[in-house]
Design a protein around this ligand. Structure first.
Ligand code: NAP
Length: 256
């Protein structure tokens, strides 16, 4: 028996970074997957990699802001694999950085829709499917930004991630009696394409600064955050719900 034997999971943001690592880990732990992101090629390659390793994954490309996609992901899990036990709602973006006074309303809406409205849409369709299964686990990738840290230039991102944590608390209260656990996962700086340290404009001093923010004096690899997601997805966390679960290398307890 592996941690997710006989489980069916949706993983969003699976084309890259944390979501890709989580999809590979969940599949290796026995889950059958519905994976999504906008880039079809990356998703198809991931599905092929999972199949080659003996797993099962259905790739559905789409924009996480679309309600029809949220519905289709759950329908696919139900029709193809018989139900849904886990959703790792992980897709997100940092978007354009800058001071509030210079931010357009369109930029604000884009961040909130991608990171927060998508979380609502995911839960709206996933919760009934988990209830039909007799319980399950919902996980949302938030951030330490907007929770334990306020970083200049990241207001829309911080608001979207703090909003996710509020949503998680309300959902955990609504769904706990139905044996559905709901948690936010808060990574620290993680070495993915989204990280500022992988921006071609950033030099080694940016990487050194970001690493130094963490008590562990390094960034996470996506596989380390995937293991925290596996904990929240599996029965190992059977009494954990409504939390803002930090997997942040100690960035939140650093003061200078
Ligand atoms: P990443 O490698 O850039 O992955 C982001 C994923 O989200 C991609 O698969 C991307 O796929 C998908 N995505 C973005 N916008 C989308 C949209 N409109 N529709 C559908 N899919 C969309 O970044 P990551 O670091 O793994 O980020 C994963 C999550 O971790 C995000 O929620 C991020 O905010 C959070 N996080 C990251 C860090 C960090 O330091 N890296 C720290 C804290 C929290 P497509 O481009 O193919 O659509």
């Amino acid at each position: 028996m592996t941690a997710l034997t006989n489980k069916v999971a949706i993983v969003t943001g699976a084309s890259s970074g944390i979501g890709r690592a989580a999809a590979l880990l969940f599949a290796a732990e026995g889950a059958r997957l519905v994976i999504t992101a906008r880039r079809q090629g990356e998703l198809d390659a991931l599905a092929a990699e999972i199949k080659a390793a003996g797993g099962e994954a259905m790739a559905i490309a789409g924009d996480i802001r679309e309600e029809a996609l949220a519905q289709r992901l759950v329908e696919t899990a139900t029709e193809r694999f018989g139900g849904l036990d886990i959703a790792f709602n992980n897709a997100g973006t940092v978007g354009d950085l800058g001071p509030v006074a210079e931010m357009s309303l369109a930029t604000w809406h884009q961040l909130i829709e991608t990171n927060l409205t998508s979380a609502f849409l995911g839960a709206k369709y996933q919760a009934p499917a988990l209830e039909a299964r007799g319980g399950g686990s919902l996980i949302f990738t938030a951030s330490f930004v907007g929770y334990t840290a306020g970083l200049a230039g990241m207001s829309a991102y911080a608001a979207s991630k703090a909003g996710q944590i509020g949503l998680v608390k309300a959902l955990a209260a609504e769904l706990g009696g139905k044996r559905i656990r709901v948690n936010a996962l808060l990574p620290g700086g993680t070495d993915t394409p989204a990280s500022i340290t992988n921006d071609p404009a950033s030099g080694p001093e940016v990487t050194a600064f970001v690493e130094g923010m963490h008590a562990l004096k390094r960034m996470a690899q996506p596989e380390e955050i995937a293991r925290a997601a596996l904990f929240l997805a599996s029965d190992a966390s059977s009494f954990v719900t409504g939390t803002a679960f930090l997997a942040d290398g100690g960035v939140s307890i650093q003061r200078g």
